[in-house]
Design a binder for this molecule. Sequence first.
Ligand code: AMP
Length: 472
Amino acid sequence: MTFAEIGLHPAILAALTDSGYSEPTPVQRQAIPFAIAGHDLMVSSQTGSGKTAAFMLPALHRFASPERPATARPAERSAARPHGHDRRRFQAAQPKMLVLTPTRELALQVSAATEKYGRRLQVRAVAILGGMPYPKQMELLGRNPEILVATPGRLIDHMSSGKIDFSQLQILVLDEADRMLDMGFIEDIERIVAATPASRQTLLFSATLDGNVGELAQRMTRAALRIQVDACSARHDNIEQRMHFVDDLAHKNRLLDHLLRDATIDQALVFTATKRDADTVSDRLNIAGLNAAALHGDMHQGARNRTLAAMRRGQVRILVATDVAARGIDVPTITHVFNYDLPKFAEDYVHRIGRTGRAGRNGLAISLVHHAEHFNVRKIERFTKQSIPVEIVAGHEPTRRPAPVKPRPVGKSAWKSGDKRSQSQPSGRSDKRFGSPATPRQDGPGRAAYHEAAKGSHGGVASGSRRTYGDR
Ligand code: AMP
């Protein structure tokens, strides 16, 4: 099925051709026709699957076809209007579509995609996010945009001061709903949804529809169609995965420096577990002559935007980021993702590596793994149903073996045993077998501390809130 066969508005088809999209991705093929027909949807799809267009194209199509009647019933409109609202005084914005996202970066990403897909239409889209000056946001809302893309907290501020009236809202999108729940936005979401007309169309996108997010989806949608994107399309088959064992922090830093000097890297994203590490690693790489910048939640939004813009312009080659800050980054020239620290949650691994291999390109994801974290690699492998080959770089061989792991099947392609390492040994790139005694043990002073840190940060099944992790 092509975009034209789906029946999208000609101006949207032209914008898609401009964007170089030749055919819909699986999630787009499955979701767009039903969304155009007005159904509520619960879609489980991974990052990088093309989900933004899956909800934005049907919306733009509807707004570009004014003969379609608005869906809100008059009684519901007045019920949704805030108390004491005086339109003459406040000139509240009356958006027709609201997209809620967990992070500022994702909100900016969605509004940039909206501009791209809607560039031949007269549709105004505005992003409302924390960290942006209020006067600027008031000015944006004053344009009465049809589409509002927002993070929950700042949106509630504007709702409370009567600057937004959802009575005309036709479409509500909850993007990365699982992450919004993980980040503790449930009450904000409930409050926002309660201010919208019951007649709205609701499209919920999430990596998973299990557990709490499944319950949320049931509550927020009406007779929703459930769309599960084929697992194969979420496997990141275009992204090669590797891991290297490291003995200690010094070994890890040396190896990272070495790997980042690979001439095939166009741009790279390096993930750290903490904000402090993002700064430290970025500083260290700059001192080493590598062009790096940090991105994390302690930075002001203006600084985050400037860093991302510099990355997009190619002025920054290496971005060192925490999970939270990196969410939503869509820079097609990112050829490599490095896990300087493993993520705490296996699904975050999928999200991280999906920052490369964007828009149909290939990518390489490399994890630097301490022996004590081997167990976490197994969790990731079980989650992705893919095994991650171990590689060794000549001159940077680890001196220790990881703790032995009982052979256990990994989905269809079973992880056979520790022998997997020798199977994946690339020819030409490495010259030593794992655990070669050729390199002396390095029991440097930082080693014990790192070992403890590895156990403390990553050594078990995660408990507690994800909000605190990945951007601590
Ligand atoms: P998303 O999952 O929405 O973040 O999209 C991931 C990437 O795929 C973005 O860089 C999009 O521009 C790109 N993309 C989305 N749909 C298509 C398509 N039909 N063909 C090619 N690239 C696409």
